[in-house]
Design a protein around this ligand. Sequence first.
Ligand SMILES: [Fe+2]
Length: 314
Amino acid sequence: MFYTDGQLQYKVRVDSPNPLFAKHLQQAIGGVEGEIRVAMQYLFQAWSFRGPKRYKDLLLQTGTEELAHIEMLCHAVALNLEGSKEAVKEGVAAKSPIMQAMLGGMMPRQYLSSGMGALPVDADGMAFDMSNVYASGNAGADMYANVAAEATGRTLATRLYNLTDDPGMKDMLAFLIARDTMHQQQWLAVIEEIGGVNALPIPDSFPSDQENQDFNYTFLSTSTPDGPPPPEGRWSTGPSLDGRGQFSSEPARPLGGEPILPSPPPESMNQTAQIQSGGHGSPQLGSERPEQKGGGMLETVKDSMLEKAKDKLS
Ligand SMILES: [Fe+2]
């Protein structure tokens, strides 16, 4: 259940309203680095979390705090739009260059669609895309995604901090920047608790002997022979970070041959030239169905569905 006490988490004050800054603040609301993203990401991770309850609670409570950050930023946008009231009243034909500048700087939909308020969009007016929300169910993968979300969020907040001279806005952003610091730290602390580098590679529950042992710790350079040399660093020599292998570096080679698809069947309604292109098959596709190697659950499900369908038809 969710509650609100109707209060802002931290004070939001605008000393000199600036519609252009209202537009920029939209990035911290509906941008990929913004507060909607982290709020939804932590809440969806929490709602599906399986494992130690304290991690679920950490996600749930931080996701809820992020809702409070959306609220603060929406209030900041609305206060900054107070500066455009007069400009809107005067209309586009206003003689004053200041009015024109304000109208030019303002995001039109903040007036047209919300009557001088924030929208769930980024600084370019693009609606927040929920597919930017990562919630894999794997605590390791999600915590790294959360650190990245806080890192990009803090980078954005510091850019906004540098863009404004307004003392009230600087004070609000200094608070949000500090919260991003703590959130980076807490997600890193979870990573440390669940094993840190010893829990790599993610997922650590996959039997490592089932992955190709020739490629798991080798940097493959895709530079041409005439191109730049392979980049060298911690990733190219010495023990791997998880301690399970040795880093090396070698040129990537085409090991798979040319990808060839069979010519299309007549019922595909492709062009005649395509259909009559030789009736060839593909060396990458067995003419017979490959023998089941085991472990493929989807194949088993498919076989069972086919059997059921056959029974119904007979
Ligand atoms: Fe936040």
